[in-house]
Structures are given as structure tokens and as C-alpha cells.
Design a protein around this ligand. Sequence first.
Ligand code: 5GP
Length: 113
Amino acid sequence: MSETLFSKIINREIPADIVYEDDLCLAFRDIEPQAPVHILLIPKKSIVKISEATETDQSLLGHLLLKAGDIAKEQGYADTFRLVVNNGNGAGQTVFHLHIHILAGRKFSWPAG
Ligand code: 5GP
């Protein structure tokens, strides 16, 4: 898979404000935050988007969701936060390395825009 902005962040080729890291994933603050807390959580494995994940990614995807909750809690938002995964151009995906947006610290409307 070709290099993306996020693989460069994983490889420390470009800087990011990293808030969590383990063997499987990395979390860092979004450069253009849409909420007081806006963190991107990415797998270190290069998965282009959620629709390209496979059965072999099942435990990795579960790990990401659990860590997203942990990170929101560590940021002081254990109960109220929003997770967003944009899949494909039409849904607003601009970086083609799977990522979960963790948003917190403001009110959220529904449906999402
Ligand atoms: P998407 O639109 O693909 O769902 O989300 C990509 C996100 O990456 C956007 O929220 C955007 O602000 C963020 N982003 C783009 N470039 C950078 C960067 O260089 N550093 C960081 N930390 N975030 C970035």
C-alpha cells in the first residue's frame, strides 16, 4: 500500500501531538479540531478504509474501539463523546488510512452532517 500522511506520522517522518500508542495503534490530535477534543486513532497496520478490512482484522478493530473509549475517558469524557469513521470520498474521507475520529467537549447534533 502506498504511503499516506498517517503512515508518515506512524514512522515519525512528520510530527504529531501523540496522546496514546501501543503495538497496534497510535492516537494523535487532529490538526484541524472540530471539537475541544478531536483525536484521530489509527491502526499501525495499513488498512485503507473500514470497507477494506477483513475477518483477519476482527481483533484489531475491537482493540481500536476499546482504546477509543479509553482515550475519551482519559481526556475527561468517559460518557459523552462521538466516534466517527468516514469511509470513502463521498463520506468525507480525505486520508486513506483507516482512522477513528474521537470527538468530545461540545454538544453534538443528530443526524451527523
Ligand atoms: P478524514 O476527512 O479522512 O475522515 O479525516 C482526516 C483528518 O486528518 C481530518 O480531520 C484532518 O483535519 C486531519 N489531518 C489532515 N492532515 C493532518 C496532519 O498533518 N496532522 C494531523 N494531526 N491531522 C491531519
